[in-house]
Design a protein around this ligand. Structure first.
Ligand code: COA
Length: 262
């Protein structure tokens, strides 16, 4: 099923919702309309029974998203700027907190808010042509959509600080080397590879997938004692499900499991 927003495309196929930022003439820059519609699309995907996972990408061959819309940033008051930052952070958090896998398929420039959006996704697959960076300092501002939090977690404090303070643009191979992306693929294979990766995850027990996503997310936000307790609670809870019984039975019978999400 396909339906369009003013600035996005939303399509479900094969159990995957693909959300495409659709402003290619502006390198998919994230203006207020895109941010608002991303929030609507994330909420829709989270409750869409046809969507077991989400692939987020950008329209056209040139950009995933070249950052926040600089035209909008240029005229904002301090309070408007703070509200813009909080609104974007909330929307990006919707993707990060989703209990379905979210893959960013990065097809070109992935800068500023675009890189922050990709980092809020659970995994990142990059085209060989992708370019990453946090160039905000070149404009005399800092990141507003989470880069100071998520970039150090992904690549370590030293590398993150260098990227944040130099505004340097790095290519896909370097992004892979430092752990910013999970894999690099030929540009023409990007969506196929992201779909294959998603399909692997969607063939697993869906309750197990959801609880792993929750546990990894909670572990980022709390102390290890609480996170380990949650992991043990999930382990116990899952053992009572039909999917766990099916998964183990299938292994013993040397056949593929048929998970039902119950
Ligand atoms: N906000 C608003 N418009 C943007 C944009 C952004 N972040 N990034 C690109 N665009 C627009 C350009 O203004 C241009 O619009 P126009 O055709 O109406 O003039 C169009 O997208 C194409 O961009 P252009 O700069 O001509 O492409 P390029 O290939 O020469 O350069 C970039 C590509 C990514 C290097 C360059 O666009 C750029 O530096 N963008 C800003 C990146 C940035 O600083 N992001 C962080 C913002 S906080």
């Amino acid at each position: 099923m396909t339906s369009s927003y003013a600035t996005l495309l939303y399509q479900t196929s094969g159990g995957i919702a693909t959300i495409t930022i659709n402003r290619p003439d502006k390198l998919n820059a994230l203006n207020a309309a895109v941010i608002a519609e991303l929030g609507l699309a994330a909420a829709r995907a989270a409750s869409d029974p046809e969507a077991g996972g989400v692939i987020l990408t950008g329209a056209g061959p040139k950009a995933f998203a070249a950052g926040a819309d600089i035209g909008e940033l240029a005229s904002q008051t301090p309070l408007e700027a703070k509200a813009r930052s909080l609104a974007g952070q909330q929307v990006f958090r919707q993707f990060e907190a989703m209990r379905k896998p979210v893959i960013a398929a990065v097809n070109g420039f992935c800068l500023g808010g675009g890189c922050e959006l990709a980092m809020a996704c659970h995994l990142r697959v990059a085209a060989e042509t992708a370019r990453f960076g946090q160039p905000e300092v070149k404009l005399g501002i800092g990141p507003g959509y989470g880069a100071t939090v998520r970039l150090p977690r992904l690549v370590g404090r030293g590398r993150a600080t260098e990227l944040l303070l130099t505004g340097a643009m790095i290519d896909a191979q370097e992004a892979w080397r430092i752990g910013l992306v999970n894999r690099v693929v030929p540009a023409e294979r990007l969506l196929a590879e992201a779909t294959a990766l998603m399909s692997t995850m969607l063939s697993m027990g869906p309750l197990a997938v959801a609880t792993v996503l929750e546990a990894v997310d909670v572990a980022q936000e709390t102390g290890s004692a609480e996170a380990l307790t949650l992991e043990a609670n999930h382990f116990g809870l899952l053992s009572s499900t039909a999917d766990t019984r099916e998964g183990m039975q299938a292994f013993l019978e040397k056949r593929a499991p048929r998970f039902t999400g119950r």
